[in-house]
Each structure stands twice: as structure tokens, then as C-alpha cells.
Ligand binder design. Sequence first.
Ligand code: SAM
Length: 297
Amino acid sequence: MAYLLKRLSEGRIWRKLYRERFSEPIHLNVISFFVFLFGSFRKKVDYDLVLRPQQAFAILSAADRAKEQGFSRVSILEFGVANGAGLMNMIEIANKVTKATGVEIDIYGFDTGEGMPEPVDYRDHPEYYNVGDFPMNKELLKRSIEGKAKLIFGTIDTSLPKFIESLNEQAPIGFVSIDVDYYSSTTQVLDLFKTNAKNFLPLTYVYFDDIFMPHHNKKCGELLAIDEFNNEMKYRELSHHTFFINERLFKNAHWIKQLYYLHVLDHPHRFETIRDRKAYVLDNPYLDFEGNKKQFD
Ligand SMILES: C[S@@+](CC[C@H](N)C(=O)[O-])C[C@H]1O[C@@H](n2cnc3c(N)ncnc32)[C@H](O)[C@@H]1O
């Protein structure tokens, strides 16, 4: 609550609220007020009332999907932790998601611990970032998250291979938040998505933080890394769900365009042919009989 109040004291936050929230239909903002006061956690996620709504949506959806697949644990990762505001928010959300779904959540954060490394070239957007930007208050953060999330230090190319070896298929990765700013760092993160299909949920949520500023484009930064990944990988695809915006109540929210889906096309789940159920029968309102399936959901 104290953090929320601090954020609300920033002019930038009010400008964002004005553009993304108060420009939406008035009835939704009125209903939001009551959801904020009396709504369940799930309802608050629907109404974008949780701090960093992208994390709330993705962590809750990952837990729901894990449960559908018969898992009781799921892993979520943040690449680029800095002083830990995002990671600590993930911890808070994960507690609420566990209460709502019963699914346990393992949380990992990756960072150099010393801020941004040296950029490689123009593709890393040196016009935006400096070496050493976003350092971490290491000891304080480690103490604050002890037992709640694991911090993994080092540049991602050195820390990731060991982490991949330690992955547990019984706690597949369901959400990855990527906030490492550079093209070169993002390509290192995306190597994770080239590993064993069972390391992931068949549909894993991926948030890209650094694709929204005026200089961002498909020949640099995270957008270039995504394109190269998709071109290289035959059975993996990082893409937008085109109709996702139609499913959200607040359509002006930035994060809708920053949330990607990792489709793991070689996941065993994509090969299952379900034969142990009755055939779906569709209704026809013009004929006098009732099917067993009203619509595909
Ligand atoms: C913008 S900050 C992250 C902010 C954080 N997500 C938050 O919500 O407060 C970017 C972070 O990415 C980290 N980073 C960038 N490239 C990296 C790399 N190759 N290996 C490890 N960390 C990296 C930097 O150390 C920096 O702390």
C-alpha cells in the first residue's frame, strides 16, 4: 500500500492513468471502484486493479493452465531485476495466486547485480542505456526476498546454462518477464526457449518490457531478438494473441501489446489425441434437439 501511494504521488503515473484508464468507458471505471473495494483477486485481475497488471494476468493464467495440465507447481522468471521492484511485486502476486488456485509458485530473478553490461552495438539501443545503469542494492534485496524467490547473479549467458540443467519438469515455466533492455541480453534469454519442450507449459506467457519507446524497432533491441528467434525455431513461436485485446476490459493498457505467447509446438500436449470422451455435438437453435456443447471456448 505504501508503494502504491508513493507511485500515486508521481505525475507520470497520473498521466498514464489518464491516458490508459480514464479514457475508457465511464461505466467500467465506476464498476472498478467497487471491484477495488469488494472484489475477489480474480476480479481485480480482470479489471487491471493489481499493480503491474501484466504480471497479475500472466501469473494467474500460468497457474490455471498448470493446474489444467495436472501440475501442482509452476515456475516464473524475471530477467533484469535491478532493485527488485518487479520481482517483489511478483512475490506478492504469487502469494495471492497460490491462495486462489492452490498452485505453488517458484520464483527466479536473473541479473548481473551490477547494472547494465557494455552494449555490443547500435542494436542494444545505446541511445537509451549506459553501462552501470540500474544497479542493485544486493544485500538489502537478498535479505528482503529470502525464502520467497531465488536470485541468480551473473551475465545471463553465464548463469542460464546451469539454471537450465537444474530445471524441474514437475514445475514447468509458465511466465517469463524480460526486462534486460538490450538486444544482446535478450538473445541470451531467448536461448532458454530453445531447450526441452517439457521445461515449459505448452503455452507460456512472456512479457517484453522494452518495445514501446519511439526508438524501438524490429532491427534493434527486444523486437529484433524476437524476430530472429522465430525465424530460427521451427517448433517454437513467440507471438501476440491477436484477439487478446478483445478479451480485456481495459483496451488502452500498454501491457496488452507487450504480452507475448510462447507456443511450444513440440510439447507432448500438442500431440495428445483425446479419444476417451464423447464426441462434441453442437446445438442448432433452428432444430428441436440439444447438443452437449454450446460453443467452443
Ligand atoms: C531496467 S532494469 C530492470 C528493472 C526491473 N525489472 C524492475 O522492474 O525494476 C534492467 C536490468 O537488466 C540487467 N541486465 C541487462 N543485461 C543483462 C545481462 N546480459 N545479464 C544479466 N543482467 C542483465 C541489468 O543489470 C539491469 O538491472
